[in-house]
Ligand binder design. Sequence first.
Ligand code: APR
Length: 169
Amino acid sequence: MAVIETVLGDITREDVDAIVTAANESLLGGGGVDGAVHRAAGPRLAQAGGAIGPCEPGDAMATPAFDLDPPVRHIIHAVGPVWEGGDHGEADVLASCYRRSLQVADELGARSVAFPAIATGVYGFPADQAARIAVATIRSTPTNVQRVRLVAFNEDTRKHLQAAVTATG
Ligand code: APR
């Protein structure tokens, strides 16, 4: 069972083995956290992403971390669901993003992973529901990852993440 920590900050500053980015299916980069990760990792990230993409919503694929500083060795690209009101399987796709990211982290031998609040920005997923899904999925996914950092970029998201962690003990 991984230890789950919530933190307010910039995921590109995290000292973990792997950071997860909220990507789009092309894996060529975009705005939001994906833009920050691509800016920090450098242009080789888009080349590597383009070579392995597309990535289906709910799936996760790994590349090296390129220009990101150690100890970060891997970037896990997860594609979240676009929020369409909640009746189109969005919760299951979001849960799958966390589950698949942990599975990919295990394949990489990563023991510490940082996640952004996948799908809660451009894709419009309500942050409180997304936080509960993230924590419940991380807690229920068998993994060798020992430390999960849920990185919020704003205080509202951090409150939802912390509430979800506290609620599930
Ligand atoms: N560190 C951590 N979190 C961040 C950072 C950062 N540097 N920058 C933004 N965030 C947060 C946002 O505030 C939001 O809470 O990441 C969360 C996810 O928002 P988005 O980045 O918009 O991702 P998402 O909603 O999944 O939309 C993905 O946006 O950028 C494009 O290419 C991406 O098409 C894809 C879509």
